[in-house]
Design a protein around this ligand. Structure first.
Ligand SMILES: C[S@@+](CC[C@H](N)C(=O)[O-])C[C@H]1O[C@@H](n2cnc3c(N)ncnc32)[C@H](O)[C@@H]1O
Length: 125
């Protein structure tokens, strides 16, 4: 399906279907410097394909929460984790954490590291 076709059907573009340059750079940095995340709790904000969070899990992060508001991105994360040999069931937060405090932010989770690749492309963000 083309971009025009997706727009006509009022569907979001599959931003999750690409490893965006900043996500790649973050993943490269983490894999080259695993101590950055080792045994730490990480949030991959606007995770898309999950490239940065998958790198964090590969580099022995204690826990990674993936967050994306696109339900298809959340689905693709399961496939991408499996394709990368990860045995963990990914923790996926589908809420908009930027919109305001949520239960996920304020009570359940706290993160030592928040990674965010290629997300500042629209004014609200
Ligand atoms: C350009 S992609 C980047 C994906 C990934 N971080 C990477 O570097 O490959 C942007 C992603 O941000 C997500 N997104 C946009 N606004 C968001 C928000 N408020 N909270 C969480 N995710 C958001 C989109 O659904 C999309 O998957």
């Amino acid at each position: 399906m083309t971009e025009t076709g997706l727009e006509q059907e009022n569907k979001n573009l599959p931003f999750w279907a690409f490893a965006w340059p900043r996500g790649q750079a973050i993943a490269r940095y983490i894999l080259d410097n695993p101590s950055f995340v080792k045994n730490k709790s990480v949030l991959d904000l606007a995770s898309g394909s999950g490239i940065a969070g998958i790198a964090a899990l590969t580099a022995s992060a204690r826990h990674v929460d993936f967050n994306d508001i696109d339900p298809l991105a959340c689905k693709s994360l399961h496939l991408n984790c499996t394709a990368n040999g990860l045995k963990v069931y990914p923790s996926i937060l589908g809420k908009n954490l930027i919109a305001g405090p949520t239960h996920e932010c304020s009570e359940k989770n706290s993160w030592a590291i928040i990674v965010a690749g290629d997300i500042f492309y629209e004014l609200p963000m």
